[in-house]
Design a protein around this ligand. Structure first.
Ligand code: ATP
Length: 281
């Protein structure tokens, strides 16, 4: 059945410029994202990888329009996330953005069955009832449709969260470590389902430490210390990212060559060379 919302975004799904996220608390400030420039289009499975604390979840909550940036610009499906009224962002999330939280149980209600959860989201997205059964089957939950969260395992709850995110094929799907609790077989089911909606034109963004996920990426973004450090495309070419302020993050192995954290930059024809200064003092 056709959905009421466009399946394929007309422009990029996400455009971010100098994106910054700061968490403030009584004990101080944490810069989770420090000026990320990024464009994410439809039709690709984009994977965000990086060590624990590098800012993956912070980035995903922003690109899914669940939180507003502390600074910088962020457009999601044509809406300005910093400036749009809260009801506009809520409607955008309900209708056009599927989101799988890192802890699936946080998005589930104890009194609803698996099918009720998916049906509720299908209503927001004006998807047909037949899609509810199809999407539950696609993540291996057909036999659990009548179960409530309390009688589902952590992995089943995670697959239910994926089914809720995918029903109605929203324009943008954002999943925070969606295979973290899954065995190989179920991880493959979930990745096939995510890849399927990407191939159908949705923009799909997944964070993961898991090699099973990074191997499937159409585009792999690496975050380090809140900075987008490198990007690998489908042809497996990896490029370093220079942000709008001209900053470039060196891979850790190269960084070790410059213990003084000072570098001489030399341009020579088509090449730019970095070398340690003679006298780093
Ligand atoms: N609500 C919060 N309040 C304060 N600091 C936070 C909050 N959420 C995240 N942080 C901090 O922001 C930084 C980035 O965290 P984030 O959860 O985005 O990283 P991550 O790459 O998703 O980590 P993980 O792989 O462990 O989930 C970390 O230093 C983290 O401690």
């Amino acid at each position: 059945m056709a959905t009421a919302e466009p399946l394929v975004p007309s422009g990029p799904a996400v455009v971010a410029s100098d994106l910054t996220r700061v968490y403030r608390s009584a004990t101080g400030e944490t810069y989770a994202l420090r000026g990320v420039d990024l464009t994410i289009g439809g039709g690709t499975l984009t994977v965000v990888a990086g060590p624990s604390g590098s800012g993956k979840s912070s980035l995903l909550t922003l690109v899914s329009a669940r939180e507003r940036p502390s600074a910088g610009e962020l457009s999601v499906l044509g809406s300005d996330v910093a400036g749009a009224p809260t009801p506009v962002l809520r409607r955008l999330r309900h209708r056009r953005i599927g989101y799988v939280p890192q802890r699936a149980s946080t998005g589930l209600f104890p009194h609803l069955t698996a099918a009720d959860h998916v049906r509720q989201v299908a209503t927001w997205r004006r998807a047909g009832g037949d899609e509810v059964d199809d999407v539950l089957a696609s993540v291996g939950l057909a036999a659990r449709a009548g179960h409530r969260p309390a009688s589902m395992s952590g992995g089943e709850q995670q697959r239910l969260a994926v089914a809720m995110a995918l029903v109605g094929r929203p324009s943008l799907v954002v999943a925070d470590e969606p295979t973290a609790e899954l065995d190989h077989g179920n991880a493959d089911l979930v990745l096939d389902a995510l890849d399927g909606v990407a191939r159908a034109g949705s923009a799909v963004v997944v964070s993961s430490h898991d090699a099973r996920v990074t191997e499937r990426a159409g585009r792999l973004l690496r975050l380090r210390d809140g900075v987008l450090s490198s990007e690998t495309d489908r042809a497996r070419e990896t490029v370093a990212v220079i942000d709008s302020a001209g900053r470039l993050q060196l891979p850790p192995a190269l960084l070790e060559r410059f213990p003084s954290r000072r570098v001489v930059v030399e341009a020579d024809g088509h090449h730019v060379r970095l070398r340690a200064p003679e006298d780093p003092s």
